[in-house]
Ligand binder design. Sequence first.
Ligand SMILES: [Fe+2]
Ligand SMILES: [Fe+2]
Ligand SMILES: [Fe+2]
Ligand SMILES: [Fe+2]
Length: 322
Amino acid sequence: MSRHSIRRLLVGLCTLTAASQAATALALAVPADQHRATHSAARAVRPQTLSDLTTAMKGEGFAYASYNLYGTQADREGHPAMGKLFRATAQTELNEHLREAATLAGVVGTDAANLRQAIDGETYEHQIMYRGFADQARKDGDLEAAKLFSEIASDEGRHRDAFRTALAVVTTGHGTIPAAPKAATVPVSAGLPKVKAARTKANLDTAMHGEGLAHANYMLFAARARQTGNPALARLFEGTAGVELHEHFAEEAVLAGLVSTTKENLHKAVSGEHNEATNLYPGFAKRATAAGDTAAAGYFRDTAADESKHAAAFQEALNKLP
Ligand SMILES: [Fe+2]
Ligand SMILES: [Fe+2]
Ligand SMILES: [Fe+2]
Ligand SMILES: [Fe+2]
């Protein structure tokens, strides 16, 4: 199989997984009162809109994780105001932009549905995605990346197993929810990429977007578990979310050279926000409007306006640097 077709296969599988995860969330939703609103909102969304909402969530989760790391770097360089700006913007990306997209997409269901969705995601990452990335990195001579992808593949297998046990407890009412894994926070300092192949870099980017999304989804699932009176399940989701962000995302960020100097980080933030404000979200809004998904269209338009403000704030910060 050519490199091109492997990539196409992987991209196809990613899309399939995202779509099947969303479908699982819808299909397994139980008609509880607190749940019906999300469920019916999600049912009204067309497949293309659902796919655009998933893309939005991945971008927002990635922005949240990146901006927190950029914030820490700004502190290291003695720019506390810029650190604060990055962290405040990160909160908007997660608590407003990603959350609203998740509501429109009907991501959060019952505890059991959330666990099934988590099991599907972990299984895909464990069996297909990270193993495929490790093989490709090995072939391309990126041995450090190959080792990391293999280690993460094993972690995801453990996450799947813990979620499977938790699902049995939730559905039968017997047994104990597994203890939450503890994340060992990996520091991410400014540095150059430690991989050489373009394919490894692209796979790291895909992986970081997946980790950002998993972190965000698990935090939403944890909040739901707390609401339903299941604090042990909430802790399992929170602990796993911590591993996805503070270990997996961070380790990948180190290899990808995600964090640069604050000046360079601000440049990257301005261009990312500008692209979301003028290209990505307006395009999604147009498609959602044409499909009759008016709530989603409104969300995409409002988010585009927010991103434009983010771009302006980062540009202003950039102008203050010598
Ligand atoms: Fe955003
Ligand atoms: Fe995981
Ligand atoms: Fe992960
Ligand atoms: Fe933004």
